[in-house]
Design a protein around this ligand. Structure first.
Ligand code: GDP
Length: 327
C-alpha cells in the first residue's frame, strides 16, 4: 500500500499549516496549492514556524484558475482533498464582495469539478463556517439550524457548502462539510480579533504601544484551537459515509472577556488600554455564535481539548516571543 496522498488548498494559512503537520505525522505525502506570486518571500512563514516547510510539496495554482487545479489534481492523484483556501476575513468581504464570491464560493466548485472529473474516488473536505449561521435562528447552532449569513463571506461560504452537498448527492462524491466555529492559534492572522488582541497586549507589555483599538466587544464567539479543529477535518474524511458536522467547543465568550484573559495573563488591566473605535464596527454584525458539536462526538469521538484560556495564553506568549526577538 502506498502512503496516502493529501492535497490542501490554503496550505499557507493557519489551518493549512496545522493540517500539514498532522498529516505528515500520520505518514501522508502532503501537497499544497500556493499563490506564490502574491506572497513573495513570506508565503510559507507558518509552515516554517512549525518546521515543516521542507516536508510539504508546493504547487503554484489558484482556485480561480480551473486549469491550474486540474493540472495539479492530475499530477498529484490525491486520496484526500482539503479545500481550506478562501478570502476568509469577514470585514474585507464587504470591500471585495465579488472577489470573495469568486474565491470562497465558485473556487470550491472549481475544485469539486476537478475531483469529480479527474479523481472521483478522492475524499473531499470543504471548510464551511459558522458565519453561515449569521443572524442566528436558534440559540445553539447545530447541523439542522437554518442558515442566515450576514456578510458576503458568509453568503459565499454557504454557496460552497450547498455545492459540496450537491456534488455528494448528484455524483456520489465522498464530500463532507466541516462547519467550523471560530478557531485560533499563534498562527492566526493579526486581522482576526483574538490575534489582534494577543499581539496588541504583547506590544503594550513590551512598551511598543499604549492602546488597543477594537470595535464591537460585546460580540460573542465560540472559540476553539485550530489544532483541535484540523484534527476534526481529518477524522471526518476517515468516516465510511460523507456527512456534515459542526465543530465547536459549546462555550461562548464575549470579545471583552477574551481580551480580559489576555491582559490578565501579563498582569495588566484591559480598561487602562482598550479604546472602542466606531470605525471598526461592521455594516452587519454576527452578535453571537454558539455551536453544538454533539454529532461529531457521537460519530467519531471528536471533542475540543484546548480551553480558551490556555489558547489565549499560548498566543500571548508567542507574540511576546515574536516581538521580543524583533526589538
Ligand atoms: P469572524 O467571526 O470570522 O468575523 O472573526 P473575527 O475574529 O474577525 O471577529 C470576531 C468578532 O470580533 C466580530 O464580531 C467582530 O465584530 C468583533 N471585533 C471587535 N473588534 C474587532 C477588531 O478590531 N477586529 C476584528 N477582526 N474583529 C473585531
Amino acid at each position: 500500500m502506498h502512503n496516502r496522498i493529501a492535497l490542501i488548498t490554503g496550505v499557507t494559512g493557519q489551518d493549512g499549516a496545522y493540517l500539514c503537520q498532522l498529516l505528515l505525522n500520520k505518514g501522508y505525502v502532503v501537497h499544497g496549492v500556493v499563490r506564490r506570486s502574491s506572497h513573495a518571500g513570506v508565503f510559507d512563514h507558518r509552515l516554517k514556524w512549525l518546521g515543516i516547510n521542507d516536508d510539504v510539496i508546493l504547487h503554484d495554482g489558484n482556485l480561480l484558475d480551473l486549469s491550474s487545479l486540474a493540472r495539479i489534481v492530475q499530477e498529484v492523484r490525491p486520496d484526500e482533498v482539503y479545500n481550506l483556501a478562501a478570502q476568509s476575513f469577514v470585514t474585507a468581504s464587504w470591500q471585495q464582495p465579488l472577489l470573495t464570491g469568486q474565491i470562497t464560493g465558485l473556487g470550491a466548485v472549481n475544485l469539486l469539478e476537478c475531483v469529480r472529473t479527474l479523481k472521483p474516488d478522492a475524499r473531499y473536505y470543504q471548510a464551511s463556517s459558522s458565519e453561515m449561521f449569521g443572524l442566528i435562528q436558534e440559540q445553539v447552532q447545530s447541523e439542522s439550524t437554518p442558515f442566515y449569513p450576514r456578510s458576503p463571506y458568509g453568503v459565499a461560504k454557504l454557496y460552497a457548502h450547498w455545492m459540496t452537498i450537491n456534488y455528494r448527492e448528484s455524483f456520489k462524491l465522498h464530500a463532507s462539510n466541516g462547519i467550523l466555529f471560530n478557531h485560533e492559534s499563534p498562527l492566526r492572522g493579526v486581522e482576526f480579533v483574538t490575534r489582534k488582541v494577543t499581539d496588541g497586549v504583547a506590544r503594550i507589555k513590551l512598551g511598543l504601544a499604549k492602546e488597543l483599538r477594537l470595535g464591537n466587544i460585546d460580540a460573542k464567539r465560540d472559540w476553539g484551537h485550530a489544532k483541535d479543529y484540523t484534527r476534526a477535518m481529518w477524522m471526518m474524511l476517515q468516516q465510511d459515509k460523507p456527512d456534515d458536522f459542526v465543530i465547536a467547543t459549546g462555550r461562548t465568550t464575549t470579545v471583552r472577556d477574551m481580551c480580559e484573559i489576555a491582559f490578565r495573563h501579563v498582569g495588566l488591566v484591559s480598561q487602562d488600554h482598550l479604546i472602542i473605535d466606531e470605525k471598526l464596527f461592521r455594516p452587519a454584525e454576527v452578535e453571537v455564535l454558539l455551536g453544538n458539536p454533539a454529532k461529531a462526538e457521537a460519530a467519531f469521538g471528536w471533542k475540543a481539548e484546548i480551553s480558551l484560556e490556555t489558547m489565549i495564553q499560548e498566543m500571548v506568549e508567542a507574540d511576546l516571543k515574536r516581538l521580543g526577538s524583533k526589538s
